[in-house]
Design a protein around this ligand. Structure first.
Ligand code: DAT
Ligand code: MG
Length: 139
């Protein structure tokens, strides 16, 4: 079933550099409604679980260390066609390939430290949202 929600994280690199406000502004100006929001931190175990699909990839350990090194912002976003439109808004995984006007073009510094996460399917959006937010934290 298609839904109109997606899940995002502002990653530790962007939080460290003070870009929470700038990124949330780009998100809301693009027409997304924030329906859940928190500043939190992933444990190493959380990061391993969240990115388990990449556990066989050569960058997995680096990714887990990076994602657990500091605070993140987790959020659930609502909009028609949320998953696909948010992937467009964040831009390519590698900021060198990210289009003008995208969040990663503006704020990402490398393939590994690329400022934001966006769910890649409705199914994963639901799984990732439930990973971070209890039902009473979702509006
Ligand atoms: P995305 O975050 O665009 O969905 P992904 O799911 O393929 O990309 O990978 C998850 C994260 O892992 C990505 O945001 C950054 C990191 N990553 C992916 N490929 C990488 C690589 N070749 N080298 C270093 N980090 C990588
Ligand atoms: Mg992905």
């Amino acid at each position: 079933m298609a839904t109109n929600r997606t899940f995002t994280m502002i990653k530790p690199d962007a939080v460290e550099k003070g870009h929470i406000g700038g990124i949330l502004s780009m998100i809301t100006e693009a027409g997304f409604r924030i329906v859940a929001l928190k500043l939190t931190q992933l444990t190493v175990a959380d990061a391993k679980e969240f990115y388990a699909v990449h556990s066989e990839r050569p960058f997995y350990d680096e990714l887990v260390t990076f994602m657990s090194r500091g605070a993140i912002v987790a959020a659930i976003l609502e909009k028609d066609n949320a998953v696909e439109d948010f992937r467009t808004l964040i831009g390519a995984t590698n900021p060198a390939d990210a289009a003008e006007g995208t969040i990663r073009k503006k704020y990402a510094t490398s393939m590994g430290e690329n400022a934001v996460h966006g769910s890649d399917s409705d199914e994963n959006a639901a799984i990732e949202s439930a990973f971070h937010f209890a039902g009473r934290e979702q509006f």
